[in-house]
Write a protein that binds this ligand. Sequence first.
Ligand SMILES: *Cc1c(COP(=O)(O)O)cnc(C)c1O
Length: 452
Amino acid sequence: MSDSQTLHWQALSRDHHLPPFTDYKALNAKGTRIITRGEGVYLWDSEGHKILDAMAGLWCVNLGYGREELVEAATRQMRELPYYNLFFQTAHPPAVALAKAIADIAPAGMNHVFFTGSGSEANDTVLRMVRHYWAIKGRPEKKVIIGRWNGYHGSTVAGTSLGGMKAMHEQGDFPIPGIEHIDQPYWYGEGGDMSPEEFGLRIADQLEQKILEVGEDKVAAFIAEPIQGAGGVIIPPDSYWPRIKEILARHDILLVADEVICGFGRTGEWFGSDYYGLTPDLMPIAKGLTSGYIPMGGVIVRDGVVQTLNEGGEFYHGFTYSGHPVAAAVALENIRILRKEKIVERVKTKTAPYLQSRWQELVEHPLVGEARGVGLLGALELVKNKKTRERFVDADVGMRCREHCFRNGLVMRAVGDTMIISPPLVISEEQIDELIGKVRLCLDATAKDVRG
Ligand SMILES: *Cc1c(COP(=O)(O)O)cnc(C)c1O
């Protein structure tokens, strides 16, 4: 494809498109990157560059690009029944079959699914469902949901509010009332001189302090990602989740484990809750549910919560596209392939251990203060001083590194000065070697920029 074709698409973008999470003026000055094709773990841009996609799109293309079976599943379903709603006491085979397939892989005792169009809608559903749940139980004053600073739960009003992204909150006066936040278990960034274990306990105890401060009779739920994704692949110290579980067991409060990233094999288990041994009451899902081939989300709900909902009359909540038949058909096929090809097991026993051991080698690099990861998630902390964890000031090293990655045919994302990866679950050991080689190259180039 010619450069003039790229310029044409860039002009269309500049003149007509408002992309998500974008500084419009800055992007238009520079020109957007146009991605035209994908195959396996690779993308191609409009100039013909081949790029290893170490982010699986946006944490979602778990089966990789170009899976013909998913295309076929969508095509078949579009021919058979492209749309019908689930509102008026009707259902269609793909939605109910998918609900059953999800129940089969979900943690024990979680056998029902409410479908949505995205992860954000899933979290809007969470907010409405937990408040409705407590109202049915005769405790309508239990409304407050506790989330975490720097957590990410989507970009709708509820998602923005439950999340703890301060920059998002500042635009438009969020969070909405009835949402509280506690600190995140980010040891490298905020743990100071404490050991990871000590820090994990200290941060988890904030949950109990917050419950006591708000009043247990007012707190409906605690929401958290098992591992924070968008916040920078923040892996809690081992002491964190067991202490959170202890605290929740002492108080009558629901646990919402946001599985939008961790779900469907990312950690080497079906869900992040399996990895940490959590027993959540609700689990928002999206992203890997369809490998991103088509939008779909949902909330997996524990049996006891469903029993209560059954006593509440009509739940006045839902979306035109809840359980969309084409999306459901794709999700079903996605789960079938994950099971048939034993992809989650392969992540656990082969590719995750291999990626993590190679990832750890990067900690020897002069820019890398910490290399961490679980499953096929990884993060690198770029610092000026490895000993003191001092950061670079005004050097934009994360963005610089990200640019070097693109130039060298690699998608790695920057969250501040933390570089993160989340490659397709089908990545091979050979492709992991290629990934590590490219990361090294980009770290060297970044180091040269900042050190001269
Ligand atoms: C991406 C994400 C969401 C939001 O999902 P959308 O489909 O973008 O609305 C919610 N929670 C987590 C943990 C996510 O990573």
